[in-house]
Design a protein around this ligand. Structure first.
Ligand code: IMP
Length: 198
């Protein structure tokens, strides 16, 4: 039974949300920053590959089971971009604001673009760095991209991700509501279920 995992992310938004989602469980979650583990280059071409690269790296350096989330935003009018490149859409080391401004500019350059988009999250749990059967779950959250950012919660593209069922952006949702609906919440709940069935 796993009772302690290292979280393979240095993204404060993700670390906060995954911490909230796992609060109350008997699994201690330690961010990889506690082990001074740096980000590893995401060389995969899919969310699955990148999640495994990150989990393996964190498990290797911490000698603990590792949990990794690879996620991103797919925008239909941009043929699925930024996708796996969401964190670096405006270039390596780009801030959330720079990425979001690039997204708005790319859509504004199109003539009456469709607004549909979705967040994807691929969550992976590896018991150790050589684990040949990582647990994996995917979560998808459907929405629309708006031109004017709204809301202060969340991170990344949340201020322009409008959630039709809630009539607001994901940055306007309280944390518990976002966690209940989001791609990350869905993937993590699925993973916990798999874990409890092992
Ligand atoms: P990763 O660290 O390569 O998985 O990059 C994930 C990127 O996707 C983040 O840096 C955000 O830009 C975006 N992203 C993923 N999940 C969310 C979310 O819940 N809200 C807003 N942006 C997100």
């Amino acid at each position: 039974m796993i009772n302690k995992v290292v979280l393979a992310s240095n993204n404060p938004g993700k670390v906060r949300e995954i911490g909230q989602l796992l609060a109350g469980l008997k699994i201690e979650v330690v961010p990889q920053s506690d082990f001074n583990i740096p980000e590893i280059e995401e060389t995969g071409l899919t969310f699955v590959e990148n999640a495994i690269i990150k989990a393996r790296h964190a498990a290797e350096l911490s000698q603990l089971p590792a949990l990794a989330d690879d996620s991103g935003l797919e925008v239909d009018a941009l043929k699925g971009a930024p996708g796996i490149y969401s964190a670096r859409y405006a270039g390596d080391g780009a801030s959330d604001t720079q990425n979001l401004e690039k997204l708005i500019a790319e859509l504004q350059a199109l003539d009456n673009p469709v607004r549909s988009a979705r967040f994807q999250c691929l969550m992976v749990l590896m018991e150790h760095a050589a684990d040949p059967t990582p647990l994996m779950c995917q979560g998808t959250w459907q929405g629309e991209i708006i031109d004017t950012p709204k809301g202060e919660n969340g991170f990344g593209y949340d201020p322009v991700f409008y959630v039709p069922t809630e009539h607001c952006t994901s940055a306007e949702l309280p944390a518990d509501k976002k966690n209940a609906l989001s791609h990350r919440g869905q993937a993590l709940n699925c993973l916990l279920e798999k874990l409890s069935n092992q």
